[in-house]
Design a protein around this ligand. Structure first.
Ligand SMILES: *Cc1c(COP(=O)(O)O)cnc(C)c1O
Length: 367
């Protein structure tokens, strides 16, 4: 879709007169949890075929007025991103690979027949929101400000075609350390009945609909005492794809690190891509290839798979202790977080928080 008429990024600013006091903010930042609290402002812009992207603005955070016939409520034409702002020890604020999020939002937009948001608009929207709510980036520990850019069909129209009115927004939510009591290994449920995405579907796009499809199997996982679901390919029900919102890695006993190759129905995680590089930096052989569910089961049993972990922006790296299915369980190693998993996690977090050299130019300063 063309965005020929879109102007270079610009944003107006309207101060929130009902902004929380410094005291109220500090109380929230002391223990923010995840996704519970939102900053005082948000970014908004709209697109139409005539104007392109226009009317960029930072405004007080608050409800959107949505007509009941708004297309997204009916046909789920919606995409989103997730990235974090980090405060370093010297007080400076940074983003991790935001250009990769901008590019992925463009790929998601293509697949969902939404207009592409130019990279200068993506980076500008985040910059202007973080500037307004700079005080909301929590410092210390593994805290961060989680940024949620999203785009949806806002045309009031029930016909089925790509929306001719689209809204883009960014909201921000302070996030605590994902593992408040130290990194914990989780169990994963193997969904035998459901797939997350199919061949030719929207699995490679970051869209809300994929998450909607993962909720029922996620409930099933919880009922079996598991934190997450692992999905297999929808055709052969044999090849490991990913979790509902995280990619998977396997550490083999020879020290190599394996992740399922992108299949068209796997979401290309920026954490996944960064870990492929960090694995190489740490001297591991890294391999992207197909991994079958039997390889996981047998590898856990005979020790050829020594560690398993999941990764994504929110939790960074989550060790996986075991795979459970109807009638069985395969435990990896001794069920505790493994050394390679822990080393990779530390190497990544150290770059994000400015404690290690940013040798790949992944950080962008924002304040
Ligand atoms: C966002 C997401 C991931 C992880 O991507 P990151 O860029 O690493 O945060 C993995 N799988 C799915 C389905 C996702 O939506």
């Amino acid at each position: 879709m063309t965005t020929m008429t879109t102007s270079p990024f610009a944003a107006s600013f309207t101060q929130n007169d009902a902004a929380r006091t410094a005291e109220q903010r500090e109380a929230i930042l002391a223990d923010p949890g995840f996704g519970n609290h939102f900053t005082d402002h948000m970014f908004l812009a709209e697109w139409t075929p005539d104007t392109g992207w226009a009317d960029g603005r930072v405004v007080p955070y608050g409800p959107l007025l949505i007509d009941p016939a708004t297309a997204v409520l009916h046909y789920a034409q919606e995409i989103f991103e997730g990235l974090k702002a980090y405060v370093h020890a010297d007080g400076s604020a940074w983003l991790f690979r935001p250009d990769a999020n901008a590019a992925r939002l463009q790929r998601s937009a293509q697949r969902l027949a939404l207009p592409e948001l130019p990279t200068d608009w993506f980076l500008g929207s985040i910059r202007s929101l973080v500037e307004a709510d700079r005080a909301w980036i929590p410092a210390g520990g593994e805290k961060s400000l989680y940024l949620r850019p999203f785009m949806f069909a806002s045309e009031v129209f029930l016909g089925v075609r790509p929306s001719q009115h689209v809204t883009y927004s960014v909201i921000a939510s302070p996030a605590g350390a994902y593992f408040s009591g130290g990194v914990q290994a989780v169990s994963i449920w193997l969904s035998s009945e459901y797939s997350r995405a199919g061949a030719g579907g929207t699995g490679a796009a970051k869209c809300g609909g994929n998450y909607a499809a993962s909720l029922l199997p996620q409930q099933e996982a919880a009922a079996h005492g598991c934190a997450q679901v692992v999905f297999l390919d929808s055709t052969e029900h044999m090849w490991i794809e990913e979790l509902g919102g995280m990619n998977l890695f396997f550490v083999q006993s020879d020290g190599s690190i394996v992740t399922p190759a992108l299949s068209g129905s796997i979401l290309e995680g920026i954490t996944r891509d960064s870990i492929l590089q960090i694995g190489r930096d740490l001297g591991h052989e890294v391999v992207e290839r197909r991994v079958s569910i039997d390889e996981w089961r047998q590898g856990a049993a005979d020790g050829t798979i020594s560690e398993v972990f999941a990764c994504g922006t929110a939790a960074v790296v989550t060790p996986v202790a075991s795979l459970r299915w109807d009638g069985g369980e395969a435990v990896t190693g001794d069920g505790e977080p493994g050394k390679v998993t822990t080393d990779i996690r530390s190497a990544l977090v150290d770059v994000q928080y400015g404690r290690a050299d940013d040798r790949h130019g992944w950080l962008t300063r924002i304040g």
